[in-house]
Design a protein around this ligand. Structure first.
Ligand SMILES: *[C@@H]1O[C@H](CO)[C@@H](O)[C@H](O)[C@H]1NC(C)=O
Ligand SMILES: *[C@@H]1O[C@H](CO)[C@@H](O)[C@H](O)[C@H]1NC(C)=O
Length: 659
């Protein structure tokens, strides 16, 4: 640490960085040298940047998963650990929320402050680090639809992630906004970006559309992006089926580093080895037994073998962060349950926890780099961890029933239709359909008798709650066995029995949650064209198709949440679906905290209008991370949309419970 003090002292006294050890410079400064002649090159004897040799030690940090007030802190922690580069994906779905409407931090949506990519790159630049960028357009990332916007699904027969012109024309329009930002921050232009990925794990798609990969590369080039270009896949799993001639192949894996890297060498003998995703931990699906973790010893051992192979690496993740709101992805498989949504936490058991705290893996990487790094650079000092606080329990102060919520849905977010339809096809949001949240299908004047049969033809995606005259007829989901029943994705054409007074007419409500779109896998399985809601229909009562529906898009956008009125007092027993309101005061500077949802059923939490995430009592995740910058000093509002049975108060915790 002595050299660091010497440098700081030098900076204070002379106004310039003057270090005791003249060799020790920050990374970017070192590679820029006195003039920038060339960008990253992958030679047979290793990577060279501006004609200096480089071993890439990088960490993944997704700006869209970390509150922007914490970007600097997390980037400094990357530097302090000894890495030289930051890697990020770019989520198309947030940057183009409606076709032709772009948000790079300048919108007024919930996520807008997270989307200032230009500012994020500037922070990496100011931290004097290098950067790898993976713009997709498909990013996987356990992110909603792998980062693709849901409005793509409105185009009939669109073949996403292929050279289908219906798809590539939309990529082109989006890249016209994105690529100038990347071009501007290239290393050769004085910025930190040294390498740009084409697509993502394209070898896992089961298609071999080289024309599409070439289209992406040529598009980058046409915006003046010089590279270095690369693809990433598992060499043992996909070989070079996701690769493009002349583009560097990199490897993704968690174990067997020699096997994977030897295979990569076979595929690509004259290039340096790089692991683009060394999986530092793993993500969680709802309903799995417990939080995924990997042992620090195994993690360290594999990383040591990667470094000594020798190979460059990017830790996926360095810091996972959070899939806030409705932004989690899902996996689709062939065995039960065939659909597995990801939890909101993206802790990933990484070197930094979801809340930015140091874990044992952080120390392990730091030690390995001290031991093996061929070159040392001036690092940031490790920032302190944030103080966590469990705020006092908060009483519930108001509620709105589903009916009261539906009555407040803007007319522009309501559709009258002869037949039910998936949320993506609703003519709302300027012709872009509904992307996220819940969709309510209402039919009034229905005759329901003693044992009437309700049947939904096709599938519900992903789960339905049925109400008759405002009263829920759906049992809370408390065991995975129930997924084989009516109201879930597993069954097609499922039916259930409803009982009511046959002499009266009734209002039938079917509320369907989009629990997150698939983000991974083969393009031939239908997994990349699933729509959400009641996806085909019709809906039948006693064999007769119902027509003339009112369809309500319950998107829970910030402006709408903050406009809600007519809050009713909390009664002795409250039944979902219901929106619950609670308020609490923060009387000094806000602190990082966690909301413990253990006693609630299933739903979503919003804090000061921001969509925090989902909760579900089958776990494994129990707490939702609340970064302090989402709170204000003064009065804060928590809204909770509960499908089944709410608890009686909101409880905070000063540490996470991820199960
Ligand atoms: C790169 O550096 C080597 C020696 O370090 C030198 O021989 C070579 O000419 C340089 N190449 C360029 C393009 O500057
Ligand atoms: C579901 O019902 C539709 C319409 O009656 C029918 O065409 C289809 O074959 C049924 N599917 C299954 C899996 O039974």
């Amino acid at each position: 640490m002595l050299w660091l003090l010497a440098c700081i002292f030098g900076l204070l006294s002379t106004g310039s960085v003057h270090c005791q050890d003249e060799e020790l410079q920050p990374v970017l400064t070192y590679y820029q040298g006195s003039s920038i002649e060339s960008g990253l090159v992958a030679d047979a004897d290793g990577f060279h940047l501006n004609n200096k040799s480089l071993t890439i030690f990088s960490g993944a940090l997704h700006y869209f998963r970390v509150h922007p007030s914490y970007w600097e802190d997390r980037i400094a922690k990357i530097s302090a650990m000894g890495l030289v580069a930051v890697e990020t994906y770019v989520p198309w779905n947030l940057h183009e929320p409606e076709e032709g409407v772009y948000d790079f931090g300048d919108g007024d949506r919930e996520f807008s402050p997270f989307l200032d990519l230009d500012l994020f790159i500037q922070k990496v630049y100011e931290a004097n680090l290098l950067m790898l960028i993976r713009p997709g357009p498909y990013i996987c990332a356990e992110w909603e639809f792998g980062g693709l916007p849901s409005w793509l699904l409105r185009t009939p027969d669109i073949k996403v992630r292929t050279s289908d012109e219906k798809y590539t024309s939309k990529v082109k329009a989006y890249y016209d906004k994105l690529l100038p930002i990347i071009a501007k921050w290239q290393f050769v232009k004085g910025g930190p970006i040294i390498a740009v990925q084409l697509e993502n794990e394209y070898g896992a798609t089961g298609v071999n559309d080289k024309e599409y990969l070439a289209f992406l590369r040529d598009l980058y080039i046409s915006y003046g992006i010089e590279g270095l270009f690369f693809t990433s896949d598992s060499p043992l799993g996909s070989g070079d089926s996701g690769a493009l001639e002349g583009v560097l192949q990199t490897a993704n894996f968690q174990d067997n580093p020699e096997g994977q890297l030897d295979r990569l060498k076979e595929l690509q003998p004259d290039k340096p080895s790089m692991v683009m995703e060394y999986w530092s931990g793993w993500y969680d699906h709802w309903m799995q037994g417990s939080h995924s973790t990997t042992s620090v010893e195994t993690f360290r051992d594999v990383l040591e073998r990667i470094i000594t192979y020798p190979a460059s690496f990017n830790l996926y993740m360095f810091h996972g962060g959070t899939s806030f709101g409705f932004m989690n992805g899902a996996n689709i498989g062939s065995s039960f349950p065939t659909y597995s949504p990801d939890v909101s936490s993206y802790d990933y058991d990484a070197p930094l926890s979801e809340a930015g705290d140091y874990t044992d893996k952080y120390t392990a990487v730091q030690e390995l780099l001290e031991q093996y790094a061929p070159q040392k650079f001036l690092k940031a000092e490790a920032p302190k961890e944030s103080d966590k606080l469990a705020y006092a329990d908060v009483p519930l102060v108001g509620q709105l029933s589903l009916d009261e919520l539906a009555a407040q849905v803007d007319s522009g977010d309501r559709v009258d239709a002869t037949d039910v339809m998936p949320m993506e096809l609703l003519d709302i949001n300027n012709g872009n359909g509904q992307s996220y949240g819940f969709v309510l299908y209402r039919k009034s004047g229905v005759t329901i008798g003693e044992r009437s049969v309700l049947q939904i033809i096709g599938n519900v995606r992903d789960l339905a709650v049925v109400l008759v005259d405002g009263e829920s007829k759906t049992e809370p989901l408390t065991s995975t066995d129930q997924l084989n029943n009516f109201g879930f994705w597993e069954q097609s054409n499922a039916s259930t029995t409803l009982s009511a007074d046959a002499s009266a007419s009734h209002t039938l409500d079917i509320l369907v949650e989009n629990w997150g779109r698939n983000n991974y896998g083969s393009l031939n399985s239908g997994a990349f064209d699933q729509k959400k809601g009641i996806v085909s229909g019709p809906v039948l009562i006693d064999g007769t198709a119902l027509s003339d529906w009112q369809i309500f898009a319950l998107q829970f956008k910030k402006k709408w949440l903050q406009s809600l009125t007519g809050w009713q007092p909390i009664g002795d027993s409250v039944n979902g679906p219901v929106l619950i309101r609670a308020t609490f005061d923060v009387d000094s500077a806000p602190r990082d905290t966690f909301i413990d949802m253990s006693d609630w059923g299933k739903g979503s939490v919003f804090i000061n209008g921001f969509p925090l995430g989902r909760y579900f009592n089958l776990g494994p995740q129990r707490t939702l991370y609340v970064p302090a910058p989402l709170l204000v000093q003064g009065s804060n509002e928590i809204l909770i949309f509960e499908l089944y049975t709410p608890a009686t108060k909101v409880v905070f915790s000063d540490s996470p419970i991820l199960g």
